[in-house]
Design a binder for this molecule. Structure first.
Ligand code: ATP
Ligand code: ATP
Ligand code: MG
Ligand code: MG
Ligand code: MG
Ligand code: MG
Length: 238
């Protein structure tokens, strides 16, 4: 290839590099996992095997790049990886970062699937998992903390909704349409009340891993904690 007259085509390649001295967030998200979770019969609202699988993949990614990593945070079919602002990984090229992270994650997901799901629920060639990936650049620690808080609050809102929805369907015998209508326009306190009085569920007693999502520190330790309270500790030294 070297020095052929065709090499000029390389000049058409543009490489987005993320700004220097800014935090890098790479977020991956499962493609069409609403359907994927139905095909592989995930427990609703939360399949613990699927969450543990996501966590195992993310942990391996954190450990592979631990010198670059501040932390990772995941819920449902998504994971965010937060890199140090001085990271020089792949010369800060956005296309390299997003593509390598998402392909690493996807191959881990396929490889580890059978560690978490039984053999009769193995992946089939027609329904293999895919993930998308994006790389976002944040200029300071305050915004990075708000980013993490945003994902954490999203976990809470989604989980409270999903827990209420599936309790109404599975425990109270409502149709999915009835459950949807019942929850339409409700606030958090209303959902807590519906869960308690109609479904006999105290939301506070739900597992922390569902309510809080999963936070992985740079050592690869997985925690299910109140991210908002921990935020100063997580970012100490960064
Ligand atoms: P897109 O391709 O746009 O991301 P999507 O179907 O993946 O579409 P998301 O908003 O990412 O939509 O939502 C992921 C969906 O995957 C959830 O709504 C839920 O139905 C399902 N899901 C993901 N993880 C789990 C889990 N651990 N247990 C049960 N269901 C899950
Ligand atoms: P980078 O991560 O920068 O792409 P690389 O090691 O993948 O680094 P490439 O320029 O992409 O470098 O070259 C791929 C290398 O993979 C080849 O030089 C060769 O050593 C090896 N390789 C790829 N395909 C084959 C193959 N079919 N048979 C033998 N070796 C192969
Ligand atoms: Mg999406
Ligand atoms: Mg998705
Ligand atoms: Mg998602
Ligand atoms: Mg190569």
């Amino acid at each position: 290839m070297a020095n052929s007259r065709f090499e000029y085509v390389k000049k058409f390649e543009t490489h987005m590099t993320v700004l220097p001295e800014t935090y890098i967030v790479i977020r991956i998200d499962g493609k069409n996992f609403h359907e994927f979770s139905n095909i592989y019969k995930f427990d609703k609202p939360n399949d613990i095997r699927a969450i543990n699988l996501m966590n195992a993949c993310a942990k391996n990614l954190v450990l592979k790049y631990k010198s670059e990593m501040i932390c990772a945070y995941g819920e449902s079919d998504e994971y965010s990886f937060i890199l140090r602002k001085d990271s020089q990984l792949y010369n800060r090229r956005a296309d390299k970062l997003t593509s390598i992270f998402v392909s690493f994650f996807t191959s881990q997901y396929v490889f580890l699937w059978n560690k978490f799901f039984p053999i009769e629920n193995s992946l089939n060639l027609k329904n293999l998992p895919m993930f998308d990936s994006r790389c976002v650049n944040y200029p300071n620690l305050d915004i990075i903390k708000d980013y993490l808080t945003w994902r954490f609050v999203d976990t809470h809102i989604n989980n409270l909704y999903n827990t209420s929805f599936w309790a109404l369907v599975l425990k109270c015998g409502m149709t999915t349409r009835e459950a949807e209508q019942k929850l339409n326009g409700t606030f958090s306190k209303d959902k807590n009340e519906i869960l308690f009085s109609q479904c006999n569920i105290n939301y506070n007693d739900e597992p922390e891993i569902f309510k809080k999502g999963s936070l992985i520190n740079k050592k690869g330790e997985i925690m299910h904690v109140d991210v908002v309270n921990q935020i100063n500790e997580i970012f100490q030294g960064f």
